[in-house]
Design a protein around this ligand. Structure first.
Ligand code: MCF
Ligand code: ZN
Length: 330
């Protein structure tokens, strides 16, 4: 069975985290930026654990200095995704990295990313949308500024709001004000939770922030009452198995809880998170899951339809995605 040619909907990537290492090195050379410590001897991103990963991620973003750099980044990322059969991706983007939370500068970055996204759509037939992301281990006051940027640019291309970063930093209730701003503007909400903190973090994201999707969320499996809450409230998980394994949450594919969560009735979807950091791709995710859980095309079709229904895009885009999935997943 070839899963590589299946059309795929991906809800959880980080734009800088999807940057091919050679792209970052090229920019570093052009701008004479020293990236010592970012790459290993083979030229891959180098990190020891989760907190080190966050540091290396931030160090690599130093070369991304202008809207044009982000335009180039979007094109490089879309080419890779499309080659894995991805027809729709949502990517986390942050005013913390794009314009230092200045609304005027952020608008220019969004404009540049949106333009590149239209070019990528014409060239590779892949649709990209952005989710504005406060970074949890930066100050809470910064998250409020990020929310202002989000509300100001919510529309055709910026389609949602969702926090990422170190789950050990602060509590979700610290970010409730920022989430209230986004919610009042009508923005769909997600949050990274239940990755480096346990099931209670998933419950808190649902109750304190009112999210309809959760980034990761896999550690809900540690408390069946949280699993039941996910099912009852119809919350969709953006599961990134390769990322979880690379960051040491689970020893191998067969140990990953995605299949148990799905069996319990939780809506799961599949994404790559930061593919070059975690040596993965959508095709790798699908092939490894198929091998670990004997999942066939029918399961992947169901998961992709779930993802299309949970996407933060407009209804016309959603209909087109579902039609494409129905066509290619026969
Ligand atoms: O999902 C992974 C691991 N868990 C939490 N956060 C992140 C992941 N990849 C990137 N992030 C965070 C990180 O803080 O998102 C930010 C990074 O700086 C980028 S959002 C454009
Ligand atoms: Zn993530």
């Amino acid at each position: 069975m070839t899963l590589n040619r299946l059309a795929k909907v991906e809800l959880h990537t980080h734009l800088e985290g999807a940057a091919p290492p050679e792209f970052i090195r090229q920019l570093a050379q052009e701008k004479s930026v020293d990236l010592t410590g970012v790459f290993d001897d083979e030229g891959n991103y180098a990190f020891d654990d989760f907190l080190h990963f966050l540091k290396v991620y931030e160090a690599a973003t130093v070369v991304l200095q202008t809207p044009v750099d982000y335009q180039r980044l979007v094109l490089a990322v879309l080419e890779k995704s499309a080659s894995n059969g991805v027809i729709y991706t949502e990517t986390f983007v942050s005013p913390d990295f794009c314009g230092n939370r200045d609304v005027g500068a952020w608008r220019e970055y969004v404009h540049a990313m949106q333009e590149a996204s239209s070019v990528g759509e014409k060239t590779h037939g892949i649709v990209l949308r952005g989710i504005v992301t406060p970074i949890r281990h930066f100050e809470v006051s910064k998250a409020k500024e990020v929310a202002v940027c989000a509300v100001e640019t919510f529309g055709d291309w910026i389609v949602g709001f969702g926090i990422g970063g170190d789950e050990g930093a602060g509590k979700f209730s610290d970010f409730a004000y920022a989430y209230d701003m986004a919610r009042e503007a009508g923005m769909p909400l997600t949050a990274h939770a239940g990755e480096f903190a346990g099931a209670q973090s998933v419950r808190s994201a649902i109750r304190d922030l009112g999210v309809r999707r959760i980034g990761h969320g896999v550690r809900a499996i540690e408390d069946m009452s949280v699993v039941e809450e996910l099912v009852e409230r119809d919350v969709v998980l953006e599961v990134c198995p390769g990322s979880n394994i690379a960051l040491g949450l689970y020893p191998g594919w067969a140990d990953h809880p995605i299949a148990r969560l799905r069996d319990a009735g939780v809506k799961v979807t599949i994404s790559t998170d930061d593919p070059p950091f975690f040596h993965t791709s959508m095709n790798d995710e699908y092939n490894n899951l198929a091998r670990a859980f004997a999942w066939g095309k029918d399961v992947f079709k169901e998961i992709n339809i779930t993802a299309a229904n949970a996407a933060f895009c407009d209804e016309i885009t959603r209909k087109a995605l579902i039609a494409k999935l129905e066509q290619t997943h026969e």
